[in-house]
Ligand binder design. Structure first.
Ligand code: NAI
Length: 335
């Protein structure tokens, strides 16, 4: 079998000169907005901020940026970064941004969600791109400052200028992402993958850990020790880190032979079928738009189910034991 490999783009594939004389308006100064704006300013780009009058406006001012109301920033900027929460974006787009999207502008998203599910429909006369870091905002900034990078997905949804890909690659370089590597996808693909990690893989890991806790505590093992063994020592986190560095099979060598024999043999006898069936359903609901529609209706109704679910999650039976372990473990050197 010949594998068709997707290209990773690096610093040498991107050229900042395509952004020369362009004014970048970063709309939103939260997790991603602040990190990306600071990184781009350090890459010598012209950056202004558009924000509502809240604490983020003050933060941007204190960081030395010129800050404007969203409509004004959208009017001034040549390249607009939409870095506000996905669920408020369609309304803000309609009221503050749409009327300012004159020909030649570039609209950049950090998530494919609103385009993938048709909640924002930009005009064909502008470039529509996506630069979506696979990294939380705090580390987008911290890694950049250390001279390191982080992966991102890029997409070109509409190429009115004929230069949209060059532009989004240059933006990826300016925020520090081409130092690590950038992959091109579509905005819909990004949305599917992102939601599937949140709704498919994540809950299976979480619920499995909870079930494993219950089995062992019911068998008389000490709850705090069970939690330390399961994930609270941090070892599991490091194992996942090693997955990223050497691959799942590659990290096996770090474990004892007893561990290797036990985990490979039990992994092969695991009945994965019901899990696969569940994951298929989760994926289909994402891809056919059912989840997006459910979430849109939930927002429209004022989040009644979300509030209920948030309360339910606070009843987590592990929480009191987790608290004891957090208090009991000393991870910092004594003063
Ligand atoms: P955030 O929650 O940190 O956004 C806060 C910003 O949104 C502030 O500037 C605030 O003033 C503004 N804001 C909040 N409500 C508003 C409203 N009703 N009207 C106008 N402005 C409002 O957002 P975050 O997490 O940085 O996400 C931004 C984008 O980046 C989203 O598309 C998200 O999917 C994407 N993304 C986020 C990642 C993360 O690390 N959080 C990772 C990768 C992508």
């Amino acid at each position: 079998m010949v594998l068709e490999l997707t290209k990773f783009y690096h610093n040498e594939d991107a050229d900042l000169t395509v952004l020369k004389n362009k004014l970048i308006a970063v709309i939103g100064y939260g997790n991603q907005g602040r990190a990306q704006a600071l990184n781009m300013r350090d890459s010598s780009l012209n950056v202004i901020i558009g924000n509502i009058k809240d604490s983020y406006w003050e933060l941007a001012k204190n960081d030395g940026f010129d800050v404007y109301p969203i409509k004004e920033a959208a009017s001034k900027g040549d390249i607009l970064f939409l870095l506000i929460p996905d669920e408020v974006m369609p309304q803000v787009y309609e009221n503050e941004i749409q009327s300012k999207l004159s020909e030649g502008k570039v609209l950049n998203f950090a998530s494919g969600y609103n385009i993938a599910f048709g909640l924002i429909k930009p005009p064909k006369s502008i470039d529509v791109v996506m630069l979506a870091p696979r990294m939380i905002g705090k580390f987008v900034r911290e890694l950049f400052v250390k001279g390191e990078g982080f992966p991102s997905f890029i997409a070109v949804e509409n190429d009115a200028s004929g230069k949209a890909k060059e532009i989004v690659l240059a933006l990826a370089k300016a925020i520090g992402s081409t130092r690590a590597g950038v992959l091109e996808v579509t905005m819909a693909q990004e949305a599917y993958m992102d939601l599937f990690s949140e709704q498919g893989t994540g809950p299976i890991i979480g619920r499995t850990l909870m079930a494993a806790f219950q089995i062992q505590v019911d068998a008389g093992l000490p709850p705090e020790a069970v939690l330390v063994e399961l994930y609270m020592s941090g070892e599991l986190g490091l194992v996942f880190q090693t997955f990223a560095e050497t691959g799942i099979a590659g990290q096996m060598g770090l474990h004892s032979q007893t561990s290797q024999y036990g985990s490979i043999s039990r992994s092969l006898t695991l009945n994965i079928d019901p899990i696969v069936e569940h994951l298929q359903k989760v994926f289909e609901d994402i891809r056919n738009g059912d989840f997006a529609e459910e979430w849109r209706k939930e927002q429209e109704a004022g989040y009644p189910k979300f509030k209920e679910l948030t309360e339910l999650s606070k009843l987590n039976p592990l929480a009191p034991y987790e608290k004891k372990v957090i208090e009991g473990l000393r991870n910092k050197p004594e003063e």
